[in-house]
Design a protein around this ligand. Structure first.
Ligand code: BMP
Length: 361
């Protein structure tokens, strides 16, 4: 870490003014507004638990991190699915969604994984991350995909469907439209009653709202007070260092992440790292750090915290934020496995914010 880099002493509200990425500017303002530099790693196993947890812990956090592929029952519907519901909770409580997908592949493949496929991550996750072992071109590929997506979604597709007689409800229960057992057929073998005309009309209209899909569910329209909705820009974090024991990421790899971030400031918001990596005079990247846990309440606040026995290593918010200079701590089991996750999240928020105030003096 470069000890005296100016960003270590600057309040988030100041860094909001100079960050290049629109989403970083927004996130710094949100942190200042909510007095929070806490990210919840929502590693639960069902979509229902995920949504309940996001709703309960949302007031304490500025980022909610997902691993969509460990959630069973994830609903992929782009209009009403889990991503859309999560986005509604993000608006209501004021947090950004970070899908911890750790993309790593050739550029063309990551473009498709990011924007298409089952999960269509780009549509509901403001932020995602990449391991750049495959080379820096991958970052350019993802940046291009994000720019194309943003240009496209400025035009919302209005689809109207008009269907001739009969409508689906006119079929008897259990009756298939391609029923071949009936006796009232015409000479083509079709049932006389199901001849229909379907007209699909699509038009592209400028979208005036910075959101993609809205569910019709109660509460979907609530928006966190004090700040506008986030910009439609998507952001990338580079996985520059990991918290796990024996991690093979070398200093050269981390340095390559720093170079890639500087080359793609319009898309790269910063890093997932174990320490601050800003070193050039105008670096103002944001750092998020997993492997964070507090000793249980009542124990020495800055004491040693054991790992999880599977390679995960933990540091306290005070060490990560005040000493090592990270901006946002990422906490999973420390909050999720507590008896009362919302109050434990508040405890983490308070300690992490205090560590930041100590750092900036
Ligand atoms: P926990 O606080 O329960 O140990 O969870 C940490 C979370 O952060 C997990 O979702 C893990 O995948 C992620 N993570 C990590 O622990 N270390 C890293 O270096 C990078 C991560 O994304």
């Amino acid at each position: 870490m470069s000890d005296r880099h100016p960003t270590l002493l600057q309040p988030y509200s100041e860094r909001a003014k100079t960050a290049t990425h629109p989403l970083s500017r927004y996130l710094f303002r949100l942190m200042d507004l909510k007095a929070s530099n806490l990210c919840l790693s929502a590693d639960v196993t069902t979509a229902r638990e995920l949504l309940v947890l996001a709703d309960r812990v949302g007031p304490s956090i500025v980022v909610l991190k997902t691993h969509y592929d460990l959630i069973s029952g994830w609903d992929y519907n782009p209009q009403t699915g889990t991503g859309v519901k999560l986005a509604a909770l993000a608006r209501k409580h004021g947090f950004l969604i970070f899908e911890d997908r750790k993309f790593v592949d050739i550029g063309k493949t990551v473009q498709m994984q990011y924007t298409a496929g089952t999960a269509r991550i780009i549509e509901w996750a403001h932020i995602t991350n990449a391991n750049i072992d495959a080379g820096k071109d991958m970052v350019r590929a993802m940046a291009e995909a994000a720019a194309n997506w943003k240009a496209r979604i400025h035009y919302e597709v209005k689809t109207s469907v008009s269907v001739g007689t009969p409508v689906a409800g006119q079929f008897e229960d259990g009756e298939e439209q391609n029923d071949n057992a009936g006796d009232d057929r015409d000479s083509d073998g079709r049932k006389g009653s199901i001849v229909s005309i379907t007209t699909v009309t699509q038009s592209f209209e400028p979208a005036d709202s910075p959101r993609l899909a809205k569910t019709n569910e109660h509460g979907d329209e609530l928006v966190y007070p004090g700040i506008e909705e986030p910009p439609m820009d998507r952001g990338l974090l580079l996985l520059a260092q990991m918290s796990s024991k024996g991690c093979l990421m070398t200093k050269d790899y981390t340095q390559a992440c720093v170079e890639a971030a500087r080359e793609h400031k319009d898309f790269v918001m910063g890093y997932v790292a174990q320490e601050a990596l800003n070193s050039a005079p105008d670096d103002n990247f944001i750092h998020m750090t997993p492997g964070c846990k507090l000793p249980p309440p009542g124990q020495e606040e800055n004491g040693h915290v054991e790992g999880d026995g599977l390679g995960q290593q933990y540091n306290t918010p005070a060490k990560l934020i005040t000493l090592l200079g990270t901006d946002i701590v990422i906490v999973g089991r420390g909050i999720i496995q507590a008896a009362d996750p919302p109050s434990e999240a508040e405890r983490y928020r308070r300690k992490s914010w205090k560590a930041y105030l100590t750092r900036v003096g």
